[in-house]
Design a protein around this ligand. Structure first.
Ligand SMILES: [Zn+2]
Length: 320
């Protein structure tokens, strides 16, 4: 409802603005900035969750297993690049070699880019390689599959949302899994390579958000101690706003994952991980076994995680 007196004021305001809009067909630069539409808040719906699950299914169906340094691993990377490109996201394959306890191997990270308005970047991460030696048809549906399907869907959502305040990098990491035991030369090859490259380029990273094993039907997300404090608080706030505060816990213990390479280079980083992936609460007995299959993950869990991550992004970007 608009009262008559307000109508007059509104009309006057419009008339004052009019020369800016139509005068000689030009818009003053400062007015142009003000007229740029505010980015809309991102939303992660049940339909997005179904899409994300289908993306996991396709990855598992077409690329099982996808161990780092194998032809199938390289094909999986190519498939991810294609999926990003079909969603309109600029995407590149970054191939590199690294030493491992089983000799020198070739890895391939897949990096998607979405340009925003500022010079700062938000990095969303997942790993897509499977743990080697589990079995001939190890799906890694939860461990690598779930977060990869979610990240593909998040990239499509952000790409469709138009220009956001920050730039985005969608990083699909290869070589997260170790060959024998985690060490300086074993595991986290992709994230170490990616973090070093961004440091060298002098990129200004606002946040690095990694998800891992978040498709578990019995979802209980945890955030280990080794995550940036401000991002931990943000995750709690985002979970509360999304209505999922009961699904996330702060741990007093440390979990090493792909976000650690970024922390080591003083970038703000966090991991959201469900490290209780098993046959009963508190157990992790499906992890790195043939039980890590499609029937153990759900669209509902992808929905919950997707909504928390999207809310974190909205809060970082100031989208309201
Ligand atoms: Zn793993």
């Amino acid at each position: 409802m608009i009262l008559a007196s307000q109508k007059a004021v509104t009309l006057l305001a419009l008339l004052t603005l009019l020369p800016l809009l139509v005068g000689c067909g030009r818009v003053a630069p400062e007015a142009a900035d003000a007229l740029r539409s505010q980015p809309k808040p991102l939303a992660f719906t049940a339909e997005h969750a179904t899409n994300a699950l289908q993306r996991v299914e396709a990855l598992v169906k077409n690329h099982t297993p996808r161990d780092a340094g194998t032809p199938e691993g390289a094909r999986a990377a190519g498939g991810l690049q294609q999926q990003l490109q079909s969603a309109g996201v600029a995407a590149e394959l970054v191939r590199f070699e690294d030493e491992t306890p089983r000799g020198r191997k070739t890895f391939a990270n897949v990096i998607g880019t979405h340009r925003g308005r500022s010079d700062e970047w938000i990095v969303l991460l997942s790993h897509f390689d499977t743990k080697s030696g589990i079995g001939p048809a190890f799906q890694g549906a939860n461990d690598s599959g779930s977060s990869t399907g979610l990240l593909l869907e998040l990239a499509a959502i952000i790409q469709n949302s138009g220009e956001q305040h920050y730039n985005f990098l969608f990083g699909f990491m290869d070589g997260e899994e170790c060959q024998l035991a985690y060490s300086d030369r074993d595991g986290f090859h992709g994230s170490k390579h990616f973090a070093r490259a961004l440091k060298k380029e002098g990129r200004d990273l606002k946040a690095v958000i990694l998800t891992d094993m978040i498709g578990d039907r019995d979802l209980q997300i945890s955030v280990p101690r080794n995550s940036t404090k401000e991002l931990k608080l943000l995750a709690l706030k985002a979970a509360a706003v999304a209505g999922h505060r009961d699904k996330i816990t702060m741990l007093s213990s440390v979990i090493l994952d792909d976000h650690q390479a970024f922390l080591d280079l003083d970038f703000p980083a966090i991991v959201l991980i469900d490290f209780e992936f098993g046959s009963r609460p508190g157990s992790n007995d499906y992890w790195h076994t043939m039980e890590d299959s499609m029937d153990k993950i759900s669209a509902e869990s992808l929905l919950i995680t997707g909504q928390i991550v999207v809310e974190m992004i909205n809060m970082l970007c100031g989208n309201f």
